[in-house]
Design a protein around this ligand. Structure first.
Ligand SMILES: Cc1ncc(COP(=O)(O)O)c(C=O)c1O
Length: 371
């Protein structure tokens, strides 16, 4: 079976720098908030066109931190898609606020601005519920419709988070999501386009005050003096070794984004006349966290691909709003028909920056045969 994500080729490519950086960190012994963490934050801010980048322990905490900074809690409504990884809604519920599930656009799988508008109107009329924030997700690595979503957020006085856990590096009209959002949040989970060798995350923002609050919140609510606390925070730091891994990977990341786009183009050329291939928003550049197609008989299709040595994955077989812990939370007026239609048809193919070595062609052939 070929790998679903070829991390080995990348590892060999960066091996020399990785070994040098990691052994320096081990020898210097500054394992928490070492100089590599600061260097990484500077480089992430530069890459993502933001005035601040702050690392944290994972992409889930990265979403919690701004919600905590804005003191979002019981009685507050936060609008989220359901066709996403659990974290997007989980952090809202964990803070005691109410996730309101919004539908997606059937072609891009990102938040549907019309469904968002209807959900905001509904929540405004709901006693005991105050609309506070929107979390748009850059699903599968492509930017959500930020011009439309940010207009809705601003006109309703709502904060906007770009959950770019899967999408760090994606752009819309040459701008990163933080150009529209109050904050963009990132995951460095190993399978992400920019992944470390464990858990990791970051936030990017142009809001000085928000950055100041998150810097405190990610380290137990620390104040100016050591062991003096200004607020209740959390332990959410990226350790220095993971920063070292990310620094080595960041050197090749822009080139890898191009490689991923060439892989996606190879798939599109080979498959678009046979199956529904991904649609990227006009003006958008995806980082292709996943390459997701739609098929009718998904189980049969996956079995045939498996026999041909091609692994597949399903993101996501069950959307969040129908899962037991989340079923009590409100949904967009009109429900989530696009989410429910996608969940039984989507299947993702192997994707990384190194598909041109022959693996991409092998996948195309296997998919065509299976169809
Ligand atoms: C859309 C989305 N949001 C949030 C997360 C959470 O990131 P992490 O696993 O680093 O906590 C993920 C990662 O799986 C994700 O895909």
């Amino acid at each position: 079976m070929m790998p679903f994500i070829d991390l080995a080729t990348q590892r060999e490519r960066i091996r020399e720098q990785l070994d040098a950086t990691l052994s320096k960190i081990i020898n210097e012994g500054r394992y928490i908030f070492g100089p590599e963490v600061t260097e990484l934050e500077t480089r992430l801010a530069e890459f993502g066109q933001a005035s601040h980048a702050l690392t944290c322990a994972n992409g889930t905490d990265a979403i919690s931190l701004p919600l905590m900074a804005w003191e979002i809690g019981p009685g507050d409504a936060v609008f989220v898609p359901s066709f996403t990884f659990a974290s997007t809604a989980e952090v809202v519920a964990l803070l005691g606020a109410t996730p309101v599930f919004v539908d997606i656009l059937p072609d891009t799988y990102c938040m549907d601005p019309d469904s968002l508008a209807a959900s905001i109107e509904w929540a405004k009329g709901e006693p005991g519920l105050t609309p506070r924030a929107v979390i748009a997700v850059d699903l599968f690595g492509q930017p959500a419709d930020y011009p439309a979503i940010s207009t809705l957020a601003r006109s309703n006085g709502l904060k906007l988070i770009a959950d770019s856990a899967q999408g760090f590096g994606c752009t819309l009209n040459d701008q990163h999501p933080v150009a529209w959002a109050d904050i963009a949040t990132v995951s460095f989970y190993p399978a992400k386009p920019l992944g470390c060798y464990g858990d990791g995350g970051a936030v990017l923002t142009n809001d000085d005050e928000l950055a100041h609050l998150i810097k405190s919140l990610r380290n137990h609510g620390e104040g100016e003096a050591r062991y003096a606390y200004d607020r209740i925070g959390m332990n959410s730091r990226l350790d220095t070794l993971q920063a070292g891994v990310l620094l080595a990977k960041l050197d090749v990341f822009a080139d890898e984004i191009n490689g991923r786009n060439r892989g996606a183009a190879l798939y599109r050329r080979g498959l678009s006349n046979a199956v529904k291939t991904p649609v990227v928003i006009d003006g958008g550049v995806s980082v292709w966290a996943q390459y997701t197609i739609e098929v009718a008989d998904r189980d049969g299709f996956r079995a045939k691909l498996g026999e041909a040595g091609v692994p597949t994955a399903v993101y996501y077989p069950v959307p969040i709003h129908v899962q037991q812990p989340y079923a009590k939370y409100p949904q967009a007026p009109g429900g989530l028909p696009a989410t429910e239609a996608a969940m039984s048809r989507v299947v993702s193919l192997p994707m990384d920056a190194y598909l041109e070595s022959g693996r991409g062609a092998q996948v195309v052939e296997a998919v065509r045969n299976a169809l």
